[in-house]
Design a protein around this ligand. Structure first.
Ligand SMILES: Cc1cc2nc3c(=O)[nH]c(=O)nc-3n(C[C@H](O)[C@H](O)[C@H](O)COP(=O)(O)OP(=O)(O)OC[C@H]3O[C@@H](n4cnc5c(N)ncnc54)[C@H](O)[C@@H]3O)c2cc1C
Length: 474
């Protein structure tokens, strides 16, 4: 046992994002709980993820609505954008929520909060009653540990990058002044969301994406439409790998190499943002000391019950690297709590995991892409354009569409089996997808979505139409 042995708890929770659910439940049950987070309190979503980005994107959406009003006969002009005020509103809202969490810490007598980076101690230092964590020079122990330690930006090894100041999803939120120009390295959802925001604010944006297409996890035709629409507002270099970054007189030079023709692209930019993926925080926690296995990318391995391979240690959320979204982490936290508190275990169901990309146009998806589904199933595919329904026509929404991927069924089920995936690009996509998510969670057939009457004329008719138009895939 280590010399500076501290308190023993019923439960240690690492991570104050979705780990909060576990802490709340445990305190409600009267347990003695240690909560460890190096900060910022509240985790990624609140501080540097979903919440601040969506607070910023809301005014960006308004800007685009105003700019696009002309096609509807509205002659509108934006006479000014107060970037500083937009950023300040975001910071104020985030810090209010963070303060609210902090106030709650003081009201919980059974809770000790350690605002430091914690590390598991090596197995030989583990006492017989549980697992040991070193927290700021003190050693605490518990029989049960929940790891909800999240992830951080992945910084690719680009020559010269460590010698220039660059932005990530974290320090971008500290900006006071709008950058004149910004080059974003990476083309996933964080990149395209911030590209939309900055471009709407008036920044000249360049995206350098190594992959052949933006948001490569989406359907190819969705990536294609997004690239087409974003290219009207900014420079998008797909299949272009950033290979060198250097400070030059006029700013920061980013050199890219086109992976298709080996051509060199050079951009001189005021700011560089790296949005090239995420990496697990499990290394910071030194989970290997406790014998907790990680995969080849460093994410914690868990089984369907979200148990690690070490007894009484669970892991959830971004730390496990599967479907890295807040609603998934929250659901996993409920499952971990259930399995911790009950004898009867429940498996985490990833069958109908939705996600959204709050770019412009917006994107929302659930389940498999056509290519993924085709590898396992006999399929039917249905498509509908926003223009196919009256509301889409009223909006003059000429680009947006929805795509349904359905398992081919028997004649008793009118030829259609269960819904395997659904993908939308266009206005309100994250709202429209929700009824498909609910149907998929119930394993309901496609017809179930249209069974309830749909208000006419309203955009949900696009969803019903896509599921009605099922055909053999081309
Ligand atoms: C820019 C951006 C936008 C996003 N937008 C969305 C969105 O719109 N919708 C959505 O669903 N998801 C979004 N996400 C993803 C979402 O934020 C994450 O999936 C979610 O926050 C993960 O929660 P978590 O509880 O697993 O981890 P986190 O919330 O990251 O919590 C982990 C905590 O553990 C702490 N920690 C880690 N290691 C240690 C250690 N050794 N000692 C002490 N503390 C430690 C960290 O400091 C952190 O506070 C976004 C992410 C980013 C980066």
């Amino acid at each position: 046992m280590a010399e500076n042995e501290g308190r023993h708890y019923d439960l240690i929770v690492v991570g104050s994002g979705s780990g909060a659910t576990i802490v709340d439940n445990a305190l409600y049950q009267g347990m003695q709980v240690a909560w460890v987070d190096k900060g910022p309190l509240g985790g990624t979503c609140l501080n540097v993820g979903c919440i601040p980005s969506k607070i910023l994107i809301f005014p960006a959406d308004r800007v685009m609505q105003i700019r696009e009003a002309e096609k509807l006969g509205v002659d509108a002009e934006i006479t000014g954008i107060d970037f500083e005020a937009i950023m300040a509103r975001m910071r104020r809202m985030v810090s209010q929520s963070r303060n609210h969490i902090r106030e709650g810490l003081h009201r919980a007598p059974n809770l000790d909060f350690y605002e430091v980076e914690g590390h598991f101690l090596a197995p030989e230092e583990r006492d017989r009653d549980g697992h040991l964590l070193e927290v700021g020079g003190e050693v605490i122990s518990a029989r049960n540990v929940v790891v909800a330690s999240g992830a951080r930006p992945l910084i690719p090894p680009i020559q010269g990058l460590d010698e220039v100041p660059y932005l990530t999803n974290e320090n971008v939120l500290d900006l006071r002044e709008r950058p004149e120009s910004l080059t974003i390295i990476g083309g996933g959802y964080i990149s395209v969301e911030y590209a939309h925001f900055f471009s709407a604010m008036g920044t000249r944006v360049t995206i350098m994406q190594r992959n052949d297409r933006l948001v490569p996890d989406e359907e190819p035709e969705i990536s294609e439409l997004l690239e087409k629409k974003l290219s009207e507002r900014m420079d998008v270099y797909s299949h272009t790998e950033a290979v060198e970054v250097a400070q030059v007189q006029d700013g920061i030079r980013v050199v890219g190499r086109d992976r298709q023709n080996d051509q060199r692209r050079e951009v001189v930019t005021a700011e560089v943002m790296v949005a090239a993926g995420r990496r697990s925080n499990a290394d910071l926690l030194r989970v290997e000391n406790a014998g907790i296995a990680t995969d080849e990318r460093g994410y914690i391995k868990v089984n369907e019950y979200l148990e690690t391979d070490v007894e009484n240690v669970w892991a959830l959320g971004d730390a496990t690297g599967r479907h890295m979204f807040k609603h998934v982490a929250n659901r996993e936290a409920s499952i971990v709590w259930h399995n911790f508190a009950h004898d009867h275990k429940v498996a985490m169901d990833y069958g109908a995991v939705p996600h959204a990309v709050f770019s412009h146009p917006q994107i929302a998806s659930v389940g498999m892409t056509e290519a993924e589904a085709a590898a396992e199933h006999d399929l039917l595919v249905g498509e509908a354009r926003y223009l196919d329904v009256a509301k889409g026509q009223a909006m003059m929404e000429t680009d947006g569409f929805a795509k349904a991927i359905v398992q081919r069924g028997s004649s008793q089920s009118h030829g259609a089996g269960k819904i395997l995936g659904f993908h939308i690009i266009g206005p309100h996509a994250p709202i429209l997808i929700q009824e498909v998510v609910n149907a998929m969670a119930d394993e309901a057939p496609p017809g179930a979505v249209g069974r309830g009457m749909h208000i006419h004329p309203a955009l949900p008719e696009v969803v019903v139409s896509a599921l009605y138009n099922l055909r053999e895939p081309e």
